[in-house]
Design a protein around this ligand. Structure first.
Ligand SMILES: [Zn+2]
Length: 306
């Protein structure tokens, strides 16, 4: 049981070959979405997990300290891994596409906690809603009480929906639509919250005796709504984490990395870059940083000596 759980992520994902930014009108928020002729590309989360979590934390850090740089970082991230799937990450009610209300938890991007389904979907399909959804009047034989006044159905997109999450809830495939868009600031704010949780775990004080610590648990950082499947391969079963969004996959990867005692995620004590440590005691991202840090240390000792 000493295996690194991240290596067992067999979950496949989809990104597009290119992304672009767009505004609904001149002054509104800026969105990011697949570029017009971009093609969906399949990849496996496990193959990129380490690099992806580091890129994500860098976005979270930039959002706080170099806001002017965050747009390019987010575009690069999307080109490497796709959008983070905020539409499915926030709702508390799973299978929300089957109900007429969407309930969100308290969130880092200031969205209301209760939405009518159509209004909620429009937040993430602000440009080409009608290409993805068809509104229909409910059939009269169903009592009104149990039905919204307008029911909506999803228009399938062959290339993505049928490929990856066939048979799953529509909420799994929504973020893979070529019409799906996310606000740049929303991605930045969510990544920033994750960055701050990483920082809190990184700065955690293990030296204070346990009884005297004011903050003992990390239970404020939960990855919600995860399900795990046993996926039948040719000769064995493998774990398939059924993430509803890339944001949830990233939460999970970070939780695994925080608890990993073999190759933990670290911040270099010299240059502050994130890195996956090759052993538990590694404090610097590279021999260069370790050497530079040692030079500084010995200079300081020298000064103290004077
Ligand atoms: Zn370094």
């Amino acid at each position: 049981m000493n295996k690194n759980l991240v290596t067992e992520f067999s979950t496949e994902w989809i990104k597009y070959s290119d992304y672009t930014t767009k505004r609904t009108n001149g002054y509104s928020d800026e969105y990011i979405m697949p570029a017009k002729n971009a093609k969906p590309i399949k990849y496996t989360i496990a193959d990129v997990a380490d690099e992806m979590i580091i890129d994500y934390l860098n976005i979270g850090k930039k959002f706080e300290f170099e806001r002017f740089n965050v747009k390019n970082a987010i575009l690069d991230f999307a080109k490497k891994y796709g959008l983070i799937g905020i539409i499915s990450y926030l709702p508390l009610n799973t299978e929300y596409t089957y109900s007429d209300k969407v309930y969100l938890s308290g969130n880092d991007i200031g969205m209301l906690k209760e939405w009518d389904l159509i209004d909620y979907l429009k937040q993430f399909f602000p440009f080409e809603f009608k290409k993805k959804f068809k509104a229909t009047k409910p059939e009269k034989k169903f009592p009104r009480l149990h039905f919204p006044s307008l029911s909506i159905s999803m228009i399938q997109e062959e290339t993505t929906d049928s490929d990856v999450f066939w048979g799953a809830n529509p909420e799994f495939s929504l973020p893979f639509s070529k019409y799906y868009a996310e606000k740049i600031d929303d991605i930045g704010a969510i990544a920033n919250a994750v960055y701050n949780k990483f920082k809190a775990s990184y700065d955690y004080d293990f030296n204070t005796p346990y009884q005297e610590r004011s903050f003992k648990g990390f239970d404020f950082f939960k990855a919600r709504n995860i399900t795990i499947n046993a996926k039948a391969g040719e000769s064995n079963f493998s774990l398939q984490w059924a993430f509803n969004s890339l944001a949830l996959a990233l939460d999970t990867i970070l939780l695994v990395k925080i608890c990993d005692t073999n190759q933990p995620l670290r911040m270099c004590k010299f240059c502050n870059q994130f890195f996956i440590a090759e052993n538990v005691r590694a404090e610097y991202c590279s021999p260069q940083c370790r050497n530079k840090a040692n030079v500084y240390k010995s200079r300081e000792k020298y000064r103290e000596g004077i």
